[in-house]
Design a protein around this ligand. Structure first.
Ligand SMILES: [Zn+2]
Length: 284
């Protein structure tokens, strides 16, 4: 069950905005309603961030060197429970939630894939938690890295706003026995982009959605050539290795995926193609 929410056509002024009609994509994963919220979108991404790639490969998969990219967030609802995965820059997420009739105070948990600024920008303003009743969940490895090993002021401030409501966990390895942190939602380790980068598996049985953070930044080239990493990866080799494993896993197990930097609808399925994979957006 998939449907687009065409809010843009409800308001004359908004219809002028080319992106108003596709800022929210709704998807069903078992008992969960999943909303993919577009936080920002841009055309003209910079192919110089790509690593382990030849000019010929760039020319083939990113003709003209320009590609579309997004930053997204996900909201998961089951009955009265509301969970958010990543918070973008803290801009459109709040407008989109309002359109969905969800008050940030209803959110019981914010699950973080990692602590880069474009994923935690909506956690706090001036030290005040913007999800006042939420616990914040993240991998222990991620928290330790950015608050002890390679201290980042933005990450420290974002977590500080939640004080004792920050909960850490040790995510399971891909394919190992999972532990739910919220009923029906389990974290999976995908270290490489950052030392504690985490995926969240939502749903059960044949209706599962794996939400990833920065497993991939440039889908045009990283689905067909998963060994291509980006300069934002803390460990580009580890990032490439886990990307291959995850693509293989979701393809073999028929698990849908959702990506923070995939382009609208940013949810779909993965299938093998050549020596890599291709992405089939939901709704197609
Ligand atoms: Zn990142």
């Amino acid at each position: 069950m998939k449907k687009n929410i065409m809010y843009g056509f409800l308001f004359g002024a908004m219809a002028m905005n080319a992106f108003a009609a596709d800022e929210i994509f709704t998807y069903k994963a078992g008992a969960f309603d999943v909303y993919m919220l577009v936080e920002s979108r841009r055309q003209g991404g910079n192919s110089s961030i790509l690593l382990n790639v030849s000019p010929e490969q760039i020319a083939r998969y990113i003709p003209g060197g320009s590609y579309e990219s997004e930053t997204n967030t996900f909201v998961i609802r089951q009955g009265r429970r509301v969970v958010v995965v990543d918070t973008g820059f803290g801009g459109a997420i709040f407008d989109s939630m309002k359109k969905l009739g969800i008050d940030p105070a209803q959110v019981e948990a914010v699950l973080l894939t990692h602590l880069h600024g474009d994923h935690i920008g909506g956690l706090q303003r001036d030290g005040k938690a913007l999800f006042p009743n939420a616990k914040v969940y993240l991998a222990k490895q991620e928290k330790d890295y950015w608050t002890q090993t390679n201290v980042n002021a933005g990450a420290v401030a974002a977590l500080a706003a939640y004080g004792s409501k920050v909960e850490t966990f040790l995510p399971a390895e891909l394919g190992a026995k999972l532990t739910e942190i919220i009923p029906g939602i389990s974290p999976i380790a995908a270290f490489g982009h950052t030392p504690g980068h985490t995926l969240y598996l939502v749903g059960s049985g044949g209706d599962r959605l794996l939400i990833w953070g920065d497993l991939m930044h440039v889908q045009n080239i990283q689905f067909p050539l998963p060994d291509v990493s980006v300069s934002y990866d803390t460990d580009p080799k580890a990032a490439a290795a886990i990307r291959r494993k995850v693509l293989e896993y979701v393809s073999a197990n028929k698990i849908a995926i959702g990506g923070i930097h995939l382009v609208y609808p940013a949810i779909g399925t993965v299938r093998p193609e050549g020596s890599g994979w291709s992405f089939v957006p939901a709704g197609n």
